[in-house]
Ligand binder design. Structure first.
Ligand code: DQA
Length: 145
């Protein structure tokens, strides 16, 4: 089983970026821990990070024929991007939306997600554990199909 993990804008800054909200773990460290988790689950993971909405849309389109499912932290595009929502919808892929912080405990503008309505599920607020929970939930869902 092949899973694509997409990190949206500003997530390349993890470790330095607002550590009181996002913690001190870098994106590289998260990805390396996800490789370990993926091995335990017996799946293959591929990573993609971009600060550009268009690149994320193109990557989701390309993922259609190459991956079984996607874990995405769309970052701030969660709250603005109809284009990412449409790409997920047209891909037909099982997509799990994850957030490090609990977006429902934060500013009003973060309470709206364009992605949640087309996602298989959403995990928000467990720190970097959100990624591991999202990955294992997705793998379990796909295995039961
Ligand atoms: C985030 C939450 C978003 O609101 C924010 O814009 C991010 C990170 C999270 O992981 O908690 O960039 O997706």
């Amino acid at each position: 089983m092949k899973i694509l993990i997409i990190h949206g804008p500003n997530l390349n800054m993890l470790g330095k970026r607002e550590p009181e909200i996002y913690g001190s773990t870098t994106l590289e460290e998260i990805d390396s821990a996800l490789v370990t988790k993926a091995k335990e689950l017996g799946v293959e993971v591929t990573f993609f990070q971009s600060n550009s909405e268009g690149e994320i849309v193109s990557t989701i389109q390309d993922a259609m024929s190459k991956f079984d499912g996607v874990v995405i932290n769309p970052g701030a595009y969660t709250h603005t991007s109809v284009a990412i929502r449409d790409a997920i919808l047209s891909s037909g892929l099982a997509v799990v939306e994850v957030h490090i912080s609990n977006v429902y405990k934060r500013e009003d503008f973060r309470q709206k997600s364009f992605v949640s309505g087309v996602a298989l599920g959403v995990i928000s607020g467990f720190g970097i554990n959100s990624y591991f929970l999202g990955l294992s939930g997705l793998v379990e869902h796909l295995s039961n199909q």
